[in-house]
Design a protein around this ligand. Structure first.
Ligand SMILES: [Zn+2]
Length: 360
């Protein structure tokens, strides 16, 4: 059996340990009925779960081998989202909880519809049924008992794969009935290849930059392509290119760009850390120049600032290193306990003060 290079595991980057785990499970015929895949958002857990399901449903490969042929009708139906034995539930568009309706039916059909019911039916085409429950850490409270019942007495020939960003949002009773498989953020090299393959970045240099900032999350990388976030980055860069930093100009230009990103309280906090991250990227570029490691920077504003500096100037190195420290601190403590705009103002004032030291 030849495996097409465009299908199957070859399309999935990273997660080699987890792949090896499931390979061993199948090879030793110890396939369980419930798995919980946990790891940071945007790293490909759901894609992994779908490929796992494809392998478990494909009749074209041996049962003890974790592969899908990519050519049989089962594989083609999975690719077309129309396999009758692959059941998938996730967050409805614009919602932050999975309603009981999707797991156990609405009031009129309670217990006779939804994922838990569908999973109890006999397979239609394959030897088994596979359910993927995405956002398993965001299930409506009342729906948890239906899921728990399914996990306590899994229907024969049923496999359920829960996918979650965090264990914290999952009831102990549910978690304890699943085999936990932990996922890690993507390595930079894998991110770079994925970004280039998806054609969301213009070139390798930009892919490397995005991979570094996105910290192993493809959804963060996608967010970075958001024009509003890019406008925030440009506002941060532009203001840092002037030494000393002008805190009032930063309030005038950076705060509105941050507000423009919108979002609820938590998203606003997360977005505020981008200001620190962009500043970190900026000052690191300047430090590389001062250390003689880079003669030109990929950040034009950093390049502009470097033109007023001399390679090896220890006073300048100290000043930039102190600014970088302050930004790293702001990134670690995402301005949680104070009104955000006030926290940002304090951060900008610190940068201004720090950037004046030794220049007066
Ligand atoms: Zn197949």
């Amino acid at each position: 059996m030849t495996i097409q290079s465009t299908t199957g595991w070859s399309t999935i980057r990273g997660h080699r340990v987890q792949l090896e785990f499931f390979r061993n499970v199948l090879a030793s015929q110890r396939l369980g009925q419930a798995y919980l895949l946990v790891g940071p958002g945007g790293i490909g857990k759901r894609t992994f779960a779908r490929q796992l399901a494809a392998c478990l449903l494909c009749p074209g490969t041996d049962d003890d081998v974790l592969e899908s042929c990519g050519e049989c009708s089962s594989c083609k139906q999975i690719a077309a989202d129309s396999h009758p034995d692959l059941l998938e539930v996730g967050l409805p568009e614009g919602k932050n909880l999975i309603p009981i309706r999707l797991l156990a039916g609405d009031r009129e059909s309670r217990g006779r519809a939804g994922l838990c019911y569908d999973l109890s039916l006999s397979p239609m085409e394959s030897q088994r049924r596979v359910a993927i429950l995405d956002a398993a850490d965001h299930i409506e409270q009342i729906a948890c008992s239906s899921l728990l019942k399914t996990l306590e007495e899994p229907p024969p020939r049923a496999i359920i794969i829960l996918v979650a960003d965090s264990e914290a949002g999952i009831l102990d009773t549910i978690r304890s009935r699943c085999q936990l498989v932990r996922f890690s953020p993507l390595e930079d090299d894998d991110m770079i290849e994925l970004l280039l393959a998806s054609e969301t970045v213009p070139n390798r240099q930009e892919a490397e930059r995005v991979a570094r900032l996105a910290e192993g999350s493809l959804s963060t990388a996608a967010l970075m392509q958001d024009p509003k976030l890019q406008a925030l980055r440009d506002a941060v860069y532009k203001n840092l290119a002037t030494m000393p930093v002008d805190p009032l100009a930063m309030i005038d230009e950076v705060v509105p760009a941050w507000e423009d990103l919108g979002g609820d309280g938590n998203t606003k906090r997360v977005n505020a850390t981008w200001i620190a991250r962009f500043a970190i990227e900026f000052y690191r570029a300047v430090l590389r120049f001062l250390a003689g490691a880079d003669t030109t920077s990929t950040i034009p504003d950093a390049q502009r600032l470097c033109q007023s500096m001399t390679v090896g100037d220890t006073a300048a190195i100290d000043r930039i290193a102190a600014l970088l420290d302050r930004c790293l601190e702001a990134e670690r403590e995402p301005m949680s306990n104070v009104m955000l705009p006030l926290a940002l103002e304090a951060f900008f004032a610190d940068l201004a003060k720090q950037s004046r030291i030794g220049t007066d």
